[in-house]
Design a protein around this ligand. Structure first.
Ligand code: XIL
Length: 352
């Protein structure tokens, strides 16, 4: 027996073509086509413009799903841990810290040259039971908050570029949300949190982040007024995150104008958690509308010089938070359940 049968250069043309075809099919089934979606990657386009295109990532999926990890690395130049830096995960018991998920995402992002958005330090949700049930005095709660911020921001000093220091402080009518923070400290908790974050990493950009502040409305006006107040107090505030969890066809027409009224105050704006949900099942008309909605949002941000970053809240419908939160809704992301690009991906690619 000779080895002629596996001598590729001398194999007949038809056999060579067969081998190529099988190889292509194998690569496709491994999802390689999704990683190398047609055309330039989103991050290469964003890099060329000096902007960020980011995604939320989940540590458990990075470990378990190689295609997810490949796309997450190949397509995005900014990463936000979806849950791994939240209080309940990071400090499940008072003074006991668990960094495993956060460290995993930080090292993933660093090894792929991606910026990291830290999310988040102070919020009403996903808090550990010891904190919500602790009935702490204002003085104790203030020191717990400062300690938590100093520890988390300090750990990632120089590695996390941007922090959502306070998340979702307002009600939709523009009043301050009633939670453990406001009940103990009033509105002052926000400036206290910002100052603690600044002290722990003077170079990190400090943001407040909220939903339903994308258009001009009572809630965004309350946020705008908060920025003015913080600035007048000399509290460190660098930017405002517009979460941007949109409903199909309902991107606010005042989005760009609203971004501009914030940047006029000297803070930057980022789109921090973009997704566009629809009532399931999908149709091609809905996916076309969704592509148009994504295009509108990216255009509105990039039209304003103070808005240089757009982050999607997971890039694939496979792992989106939407179906678990909004009954009957889904398909909100750039990639479908099979990690294949959707029209929304192509729209973002074209705009970038
Ligand atoms: C969501 C995550 O995506 C879910 O996995 C988790 O169960 C709940 O939180 N606003 C935010 C994000 O600021 O942290 C939320 O993330 C979505 C809404």
């Amino acid at each position: 027996m000779t080895h002629r049968a596996v001598d590729f250069p001398r194999a007949p043309a038809v056999a060579r073509r067969l081998v190529s075809l099988v190889a292509a099919l194998c690569l496709a089934s491994l999802g390689v086509q999704a990683v190398f979606a047609a055309g330039p990657t989103l991050r290469s386009l964003a890099d060329a413009r000096g902007v960020k295109i980011g995604t939320a990532l989940a540590a458990n999926h990075l470990s378990a799903d190689a295609t997810y990890a490949s796309i997450g690395a190949a397509q995005f130049n900014s990463v936000t841990p979806e849950n791994e830096m939240k209080w309940g995960v990071v400090e499940p018991n008072r003074g006991q810290f668990n960094w495993s998920g956060a460290d995993q995402i930080v090292s993933f992002a660093q090894s792929h040259g991606q910026r990291i958005r830290g999310h988040n330090l102070v919020w009403h949700s996903q808090l550990p039971g010891w904190l919500t049930g602790g009935s702490f005095s204002a003085a104790i709660l203030t020191s717990i908050m400062k300690q938590h911020i100093a520890t988390e921001v300090g750990r990632y000093r120089g590695r996390v570029a941007v922090w959502d220091v306070v998340n979702e402080p307002f009600n939709d009518n523009g009043t301050l949300r009633s939670d453990i923070w406001t009940q103990a400290m009033g509105m002052g908790y926000i400036a206290t949190a910002l100052r603690a974050a600044r002290a722990a990493d003077p170079n990190a950009k400090l943001f407040l982040n909220d939903f339903n502040i994308e258009g001009v409305n009572a809630k965004s006006t309350a946020m705008l007024n908060l920025v003015k107040t913080l600035k007048s107090q000399g509290a460190p505030i660098d930017g405002i995150g517009f979460e941007s969890h949109f409903v199909l066809g309902q991107v606010p027409s005042s989005l760009q104008q609203n971004i501009a009224r914030f940047t006029a105050l000297g803070v930057s704006v980022e789109i921090t958690e973009l997704d566009v949900r629809m009532t399931l099942p999908t149709t091609s008309a809905k996916l076309t509308q969704q592509a148009s909605d994504y295009r509108t949002v990216v255009n509105a941000c990039l039209a304003v010089s103070g808005c240089r970053a757009i982050t999607v809240w997971e890039f694939t419908d496979k792992y989106s938070w939407v179906p678990g939160t909004f009954s009957g809704q889904g398909a909100a992301d750039l990639y479908d359940q099979n990690l294949q690009t959707k029209p929304a991906y192509t729209a973002v690619q074209q705009v970038l």
